[in-house]
Design a protein. Structure first.
Length: 250
């Protein structure tokens, strides 16, 4: 079984539904932590979802650590940790079978940054982000998100003090030897960056810069991961700003 874990402060109902329907094609069940979203998830019929309300600062990495160590999953389940501005592109015939054949305990997906060629002040929310924001950057490497293959004998830790805190968990106090597809750095690397393979059968498209309006919303609502947001209030000062020159619909 494949789970997707999402912590969100959602303000865009249509955008969330596009994200949900996209991933429902290969995700079996969604665990959604609603951190005071402005939309009401109870009014949306989501047949694969469970919703948990989180008040105040969510402490994301503690939340994920506690969830993995709660023994609620079965051995061999896969747990995917992404945000609702990230889309997994799955070009495998069967994702579970593909991951099983690779035989890893932990996989990582380096993000591929997508936006518009020029920054928009606002956007049409009724259009799926993957149809309106079709330009990507040609980054050599980027931060990662993780897929965990669950084992009830393991102890998981997203709160370790290594540089990649929050991006990949330690398992039993260390990182596994291998991380999988789409990356070509040392298996035991202790940072959160990996080389991008733009032709990998599983990829992570990240729509971090959507519009100036939405950046202002992001700044106002704050970060669920850290008490002080890690990103700049000024959109032009952020790592994902600009350089979207390659038209790509993948």
């Amino acid at each position: 079984m494949i789970y997707c874990v999402l912590l969100t402060k959602c303000y865009d109902k249509d955008g969330f539904l596009y994200w949900y329907r996209w991933h429902s094609k290969f995700i079996d069940h969604f665990i959604i932590f609603d951190n005071e979203s402005s939309i009401n998830f109870k009014t949306i019929l989501l047949d694969k979802c469970e919703i948990h309300e989180v008040k105040g600062w969510a402490n994301q990495y503690q939340l994920y650590t506690d969830l993995l160590n709660s023994k609620r999953f079965n051995d061999g389940d896969y747990i995917v940790f992404i945000d609702d501005d990230e889309y997994i592109v799955n070009e495998t015939n069967n994702l579970t079978e593909y991951l099983d054949n690779m035989g890893r305990d932990l996989y990582h997906l380096p993000e591929i940054l997508f936006s518009t060629k020029e920054l928009q002040d606002t956007r049409d929310y009724s259009v799926p982000i993957y149809k309106s924001h079709t330009y990507r950057r040609n980054d050599l490497a980027n931060t990662i998100k993780s897929i965990v293959k669950y084992n009830h004998n393991n102890t998981y830790d997203f709160l370790h003090s290594i540089d990649c805190i929050g991006h990949k968990p330690m398992i039993n106090g260390e990182f596994p030897n291998s991380y999988g597809f789409g990356s070509f750095y040392d298996d035991r690397s202790v940072n959160s960056y990996a080389m991008i393979d733009y032709n990998a059968p599983i990829r992570l498209n990240h729509y971090h810069i959507r519009s100036r309006e939405e950046w202002d919303i992001k700044v106002k609502r704050g970060s669920a991961a850290t008490m002080k947001p890690w990103y700049s209030n000024k959109i032009e000062d952020n790592y994902a700003y600009g350089g979207y020159d390659i038209l790509s619909i993948k």
